[in-house]
Design a protein around this ligand. Structure first.
Ligand code: PLP
Length: 361
């Protein structure tokens, strides 16, 4: 028997790339992953220590359903809408994984306006589905060409992915456009990914009440500073709760993360400080980089910068040598090779990246 033979991997696996996270270089200023420069609320840290020390939370037992129910109720209260059906997962990533399993089978299609978050295409491809890529308009703000999306849809289209604010372009989609898509493509779920919405002017979560084919994704990774704990959620139409619960991995959000997310929702001051820091830092970056290279208007906690005629990889390497990591966007499908994405940091970090860029582009 040939013990060296390898078990065949599904062909779909060969079609996808490994997820490329923002670069982490020890000791460097990390502006590559859109994290919260303030970190989590101190109340969250205190709550975790307290529940572990008091023995109120036993790590030897599976997460309690009651705690999950409390978190879902607190999220609904935080959203402040009539949306009642909330599901949670291990980050938006985990929620997306479940949604794609629900809707995408062999040869089902998904519409993906590019450039955008790469996980959408990886999950669809792994599920045996077909991602249809529609380039965003190069109109200075990467607007979604809604009529082109509608023309590209067919009766196998099951999901339309809309990052809003979108990563890496930073812009939002308008309510009118989402309505038009939801009404024109009723065979598809319109998935609005609002990972960065706390930093934006408005949310589209209210549309979940109106349409059976619209849902909104949110996360504790960005404005709440809990990326390391992996908690995300979705506001969904009621009918989707049962399929979601059947398909989701049981206990995918761990008990510490559930308690931490509840505590995070209780500290409104920390949330407000995080949002203010991002909004003022974003303005600082936009104002100070504008003369240097083209900076795209952003509603998120990062800015997209076109460094042409330089290559993004060159500029990222130069910055890294100066102790700052930012995101080279050439790995985003359809982005080309001259875009970098800079996460908004503390005032000091923002000043340093501006200084370093002045000498690099
Ligand atoms: C648009 C978008 N959605 C989702 C995520 C992942 O969110 P989470 O940490 O909740 O999995 C990211 C992460 O950067 C993102 O940019």
């Amino acid at each position: 028997m040939n013990t060296k033979m390898r078990v065949p991997v599904r062909p779909a696996v060969g079609k996808i790339e490994e997820y490329k996270p923002g670069k982490l270089v020890k000791g460097a200023i990390k502006l590559s992953s859109n994290e919260n420069p303030l970190g989590p609320s101190p109340e969250v840290v205190k709550a975790i220590i307290k529940i572990l020390e008091s023995g109120d939370l036993k790590l030897s037992v599976y997460p309690w359903e009651q705690d999950e129910d409390t978190l879902r109720a607190e999220i609904a209260r935080y959203l402040g809408t009539d949306v009642e059906t909330i599901v949670i997962g291990a980050g938006i990533d985990g929620v997306l994984d479940t949604l794609v399993k629900i809707f995408i089978g062999s040869s089902d299609e998904a519409l993906i306006p590019i450039p955008t978050f790469s996980l959408y295409e990886s999950l669809v491809t792994i599920a045996g589905g077909i991602p249809q890529y529609i380039p965003r308009k190069r109109d200075g703000n990467f607007t979604i060409p809604v009529d082109e999306l509608i023309s590209a849809s067919n009766d196998r289209t099951r999901i339309i992915f809309l990052g809003s604010p979108n990563n890496p372009t930073g812009n939002c989609i308008s309510e009118d456009k989402v309505r038009k898509l939801a009404e024109s493509v009723p065979t598809a779920m319109v998935v609005i990914d609002e990972a960065y919405v706390e930093f934006a002017d408005s949310s589209l979560v209210n549309l979940v009440n109106e349409y059976e084919n619209v849902l909104v994704l949110r996360t504790f990774s960005k404005a709440f500073g809990l990326a390391g704990l992996r908690v995300g959620y979705a506001a969904i139409p009621e009918w989707l709760e049962s399929p979601y619960k059947k398909v989701a991995i049981p206990f995918s959000v761990n008990s510490i993360a559930i308690k931490a997310a509840i505590a995070a929702l209780g500290d409104k001051d920390h949330l407000r400080r995080s949002i203010e820091l991002v909004k003022s830092g974003r303005e600082f970056l936009e104002d100070n980089l504008q003369g240097l290279s083209k900076v795209y208007p952003s509603q998120a906690n990062f800015v997209l910068v076109d460094v042409s005629p330089r290559k993004s990889s060159e500029v990222c390497n130069t910055l890294e040598k100066k102790g700052i990591t930012v995101r080279d966007c050439s790995s985003f499908r359809g982005a080309g090779d001259s875009f970098i994405r800079i996460s908004v940091g503390t005032r000091e970090q923002n000043e340093k990246v501006v200084e370093a860029l002045k000498k690099s582009v």
